[in-house]
Design a protein around this ligand. Structure first.
Ligand code: HEC
Length: 109
């Protein structure tokens, strides 16, 4: 007889790896990079970052800083989305984060 508690725990342990994958860099797997590039150009991201750090603005992106995973990068873009009231859809946030990852952060997929 298998204890009921063990049976109840089984589905969760089976789903865990899938959930962990969704949180990782796999989140950029289906990202539309062309869309991300377009949105970054339209949203004046670079203009504002350049005002802050000079140069081409890319110094604002610090891969060795507090953002150190793909999930954290996407979260930061989501936070900008909310704070700046850019009204991106979730797939647009992912697309932007994917472009930043490809060009600047290079977190492992
Ligand atoms: C109104 C000005 C402004 C605009 C517009 C803006 N940002 Fe930023 N962004 C900032 C500032 C200021 C920081 C630095 C915040 C800090 O270091 O605490 C920052 C930081 C970031 C970071 C974190 C960098 C790091 O590694 O710590 C990301 C990612 C980012 N911005 C993405 C974007 C994207 C994508 C857009 C456009 C959709 C955008 N930002 C638009 C001002 C702006």
């Amino acid at each position: 007889m298998i204890p009921a508690a063990l049976l109840a725990a089984l589905p969760i342990s089976l789903l865990m790896p899938i959930a962990a994958h969704a949180q990782g860099a796999g989140i950029f797997k289906d990202a539309d990079l062309t869309l991300g590039e377009k949105l970054i150009a339209q949203s004046k991201c670079v203009e504002c970052h350049t005002r802050k750090v000079g140069g081409d603005g890319s110094a604002i992106y610090r891969p060795a800083g507090r953002i150190n995973t793909a999930g954290a990068l996407r979260g930061m873009v989501e936070q900008c989305n909310t704070e700046l009231n850019l009204q991106f859809f979730p797939e647009e946030v992912s697309a932007i984060a994917a472009v930043l990852n490809r060009d600047h952060y290079k977190f492992k997929p």
